[in-house]
Design a protein around this ligand. Sequence first.
Ligand SMILES: *Cc1c(COP(=O)(O)O)cnc(C)c1O
Length: 391
Amino acid sequence: MKNSLCFVEEELAGLKRAGISPGPKILSTPQGPKARFEDKEVINLSSNNYLGLTTHPKLKEAAKKAIEQFGTGSGAARNIAGFMTLHKELEDKLAAFKGTEASIVFQTGFSANAGTVSTIIGKEDIIVSDRLNHGSIIDGCRLARAGIKIFSHKDVKEAEKLLKESKGARRILLITDGVFSMDGDIAPLPGLVALANKYKAIMMVDDAHAFGVLGRNGRGTVDHFNLCGQVDIQMGTFSKAIGSFGGYVAGSRALIDYLACKARPILFSTSLPPASIACASAALDILKEQPELIDKLWENTRFFKDSLFKLGFNTGISETPIIPIVVGEEEKAIKSSKRLFQEGVFARAITYPAVPKGEARLRTIISAAHTKEDLTFALNAFEKIGKELRR
Ligand SMILES: *Cc1c(COP(=O)(O)O)cnc(C)c1O
């Protein structure tokens, strides 16, 4: 029996040689613009805490109040006994904010994607998907056991070709990330929506990196492109800009009721605890009441990107606060990330298979909570490291 797991040791050694280690950096402060990782204070350019909400007083207050009133756990799956007034209020509030008939809360963005795709799509169907879509979409596609057709990144023409070939399938799902998590570019949603209409496909958008970032008050990609009412399924997360935890799907009443009856993460996994739900709800109020946070996020993004450009760095095709610094070779990316950390800046190296070979990068993510001084400090470190690495 013991030897049956030998392969993990061998494979682990291979992973370590490739620079993939099991030990993440340990964070001993809240997730903030400055944070302490491995006992070192750094400017944090690696979290998805776009608006700095993880430490917002209103969210903390909402969590405490929810624990006092509702306790620490929901104690059951949504449809058994785990659907509290808090959950109901959040779903209604979110639907109103997104301008959809209804919404449903999942445990994570991951389960929202995997659970939704595999519920609405089956063996008789075809999924047409962008090559760089998130892992949770890919897993959803596999669970659905449908035919999967992949188009080159953002290639609307190729997507059309694949849709044309798919005529005759029972259902077709056209699916894309709204903002792509490794390059920070935005999906060509108007083109894709037109195709979905033409070929009668279901259109689904993953707003994980767009909710709280793009569109009026952070309503997301659909709002950004003025396509309200034209996208069937909008999925998102409360775990990034929203500063809490959990995932959601927003859409028509019938779609949401269908998912409520059939999606397996809803049926077979406990609903979110009161504190997370209350934080998400408080964060939605902040999006409505403090849009200046989002303005600050974009101001910081422009400043950082322009400055990197002036320093001669390649920020790829980024259009959002996700700003990659593409360095090419894996080793160079890993080495620069280590050197930056020594200089007090945390920017993760992203290597194959998260990005194609030869496109290794440092990925930086800007937050509204960064001060000009934080960003200038980081830029100085980049300048120093850039010089050292070029030598
Ligand atoms: C993070 C992410 C998810 C998963 O969301 P979680 O709430 O963290 O599970 C899904 N899609 C994309 C594009 C993401 O970046």
